[in-house]
Design a protein around this ligand. Structure first.
Ligand code: HH2
Length: 260
């Protein structure tokens, strides 16, 4: 199955890697269109940073940031709305978004009501405190159990398209993130399509000897290819063009291609 690429578009002043670059709606729409041309299957529009320690944004301000951008892009590419707020998700869906990307894994009623897809992501704690001292007895088992329960609730509520996401970096140490990546097949085995977002995240910097956020493309590509190799059906990335190219090359060289 051809993996999907979700391009990240943060209409925020403070996102960890592209904060402030796309706060202007015109710049945001241009970036979304460029990602679509580069091969993004979905453009994920967000109006509130969830980086560790980020301040919350008011509902009206978040809606003001995302709605015009969703509206302009939805005619050209599938749009998802990355939000923690039901009202923002509803406004974005009315503006044309067809996927609710939900780091709180609680907005399935919005997706059910609107007849759109839903991504349930795992997070321990909330963005203000999640990286203070994350602890698990069995990170893979706990994340899996949480996501399966959330997915079952959503399916029961009538959501037809349910994705699960381990939430790399959300209340997890570098070692927790690596355990989840090593055993991604355990999430894939649930039968729910898996989406993974490692792009530019801080554990890639840690593993690469302190690489700054501007210097994590290699780690982002390596982990995207790994995730797809393990069965992830979608990767959430900032650098769409290199990711599409890396995934195409990997697919072309895959033994699954047989003698073609
Ligand atoms: N990561 C971020 C935000 N939303 N959604 C899903 N489903 N999976 C993720 O891994 C994920 C996500 C954080 O990255 P980014 O949007 O670039 O940063 P910020 O939260 O600072 O805007």
């Amino acid at each position: 199955m051809v993996p999907l690429v979700m391009g990240v578009l943060n209409v925020t002043p403070d996102s960890f890697s592209d904060g402030g670059r796309f706060l202007d709606p015109e710049a945001a729409v241009a970036q979304g269109m460029a990602m679509a041309r580069a091969g993004a299957d979905v453009v994920d529009v967000g109006g509130e940073s969830t980086r560790p320690g980020a301040d919350a944004v008011g509902e009206a301000e978040e809606r003001r940031r995302v709605v015009p951008v969703v509206e302009a892009l939805a005619a050209h590419v599938r749009v998802s709305i990355d939000t923690r707020k039901a009202t923002v998700a509803e406004a974005a869906v009315s503006a044309g978004a067809t996927l609710v990307n939900d780091v709180t894994a609680s907005l399935h009623p919005v997706a059910a009501e609107a007849g759109v897809g839903w991504v349930a992501m795992h997070m321990q704690g909330d963005p203000r405190n999640m990286q203070r001292d994350p602890r698990y007895d069995d990170v893979v088992g706990e994340v899996r159990e949480f996501l399966v329960e959330r997915a079952e609730v959503a399916v029961g509520a009538g959501v037809d398209e349910v994705w699960i996401d381990p939430g790399i970096g959300f209340g997890k140490t570098a070692e927790h993130n690596l355990s989840l990546l090593r055993r991604l097949s355990s999430l894939v085995a649930t039968g729910h399509p898996v989406v993974v977002g490692t792009s530019r995240k801080s554990f890639l910097g840690t593993l690469a000897g302190g690489a700054p956020v501007t210097d994590r493309l290699e780690g982002s590509l390596a982990t995207a290819v790994h995730a797809v190799d393990q069965g992830a059906r979608m990767v959430r990335v900032h650098d769409v063009e290199p990711t599409v190219q890396a995934l195409r090359l990997t697919a072309a060289a895959s033994p699954m291609r047989g003698n073609q």
